[in-house]
Ligand binder design. Sequence first.
Ligand SMILES: Cc1cc2nc3c(=O)[nH]c(=O)nc-3n(C[C@H](O)[C@H](O)[C@H](O)COP(=O)(O)OP(=O)(O)OC[C@H]3O[C@@H](n4cnc5c(N)ncnc54)[C@H](O)[C@@H]3O)c2cc1C
Length: 443
Amino acid sequence: MTDKQSWGIIGGGILGMTLALRLKNAGYNVTIFEASSKAGGLTSSWEIDGIVWDRFYHVILMSDLNTRKIIQEIGLENDINWVETKTGFYSGGKLYSMSNIFEFFKFPPINLVDKFRLGLTIFVASKIKNWQKLEKVHVSDWLTRWSGKQVFDKIWLPLLKAKLGDNYKNTSAAFIWSTIQRMYAARKSGLKKEMFGYVNGGYNVINDKFARHLIEMGVDFKLNSSVSQIKPLKDGSISLQTAGTEQYEFDHVVSTLSPGQSVNIADTLPELEKEKHRSVKYLGVICPSVLLSKAISPYYVTNITDTGTPFTGIIEMTALINKDKELKGRNLVYLPKYVNPEDNLFESSDDEIRKIFLGTLLNMYPQLSESDVLYFGVAKARIVFALPTIGYSNSLPGIQTSINNFFIVNSAQILNGTNNVNETIQVAETKLKIILNDLNKTK
Ligand SMILES: Cc1cc2nc3c(=O)[nH]c(=O)nc-3n(C[C@H](O)[C@H](O)[C@H](O)COP(=O)(O)OP(=O)(O)OC[C@H]3O[C@@H](n4cnc5c(N)ncnc54)[C@H](O)[C@@H]3O)c2cc1C
């Protein structure tokens, strides 16, 4: 690094913190603006009934090398636990284990020929390298071609609807490709076992340590600082204003907010450019955390192929983490539902959601009764992941905006992966390299 240029980063989630880390490594002055009172964004934690855990379920895969590198850099590598987990399927009112190839062949809802086609589809997707081609095909067409109509209707369609709602109709086959790639990576080669990891204390500990690490390196980490506007100044620098009407100036500013949110705080961008960013559609999530007095299954993930359940799947966190150490012996189950950002459920109270979600859970697990439910709290996020629509990567706006020195780097730029921390770090690191290279060229 040759000079001490200043950088303002908007958003103190994983993406913003990674950018700050790499900019600080390169010797720049960095300030992060985070709207909420703590670091971490979607990975941040909350306190439920006296215990602190992630608002949204998170695991680390062995193949998440970017995540593991950051964990190592902030000094938490000895705090990762690796656990062999199992996957369940809830189908036709029954719960099945689908954790290995033998169980797959015993899975009753589809016949042997269909099982073969389902297995073939997964195998083919795991081998495909040219994901750009898949971006041109509808996910439903691609899956029907490989799996057949029967398997599509019985297995894939409920799973697609669960994750995407009716948006599956505009989603490309790149979506299922990246999901299968990640699922494959989760299984160790040879034994094909699913090994998932978590850090003691969850993402609460990772985020705290990450933020402290940055502060110790000299990053100015401003919490409770929602950015309301950025403007270009005559000398090429950027003025940044927070909702508290405080004013700052930086040589460069990077927004890590979604495309739509990023252009909403940059009034001087041309309308056409704003429209391009706003046309990137995101999905949100409604995600109840339920504390139970007993376990409901041995599965970390239970996929649901029955239609009509109000939630997308079931994540039993305590099938992964040590409940005595982390959760005072309670069992934690998440009941996520992925929805459009304008879905009415965002306006529903926790009690209303509890009525809809819990009734179904109790029906699905007859051994469970209302008295086993110790706590029910709902986390919500309207902006979670960008929908991989047909031709997505071609329609995506670039990172350089028409305001010099104002960049937009966000999770929408994950092109060949699912939305996860590992890919988020990858986007931050690769896009920052491009930005710095371009800036060096113009010097
Ligand atoms: C239900 C769920 C389950 C998940 N499971 C996993 C998993 O198992 N494994 C995994 O690796 N990943 C998982 N993820 C994905 C992971 O959480 C995200 O990929 C990652 O956290 C995205 O980070 P980000 O920094 O891009 O965005 P965010 O975390 O959304 O960060 C953006 C930040 O900007 C802040 N902000 C917003 N507006 C302003 C403003 N005007 N001014 C200043 N700050 C602002 C927000 O408060 C937020 O902190 C999951 C996500 C969800 C929702």
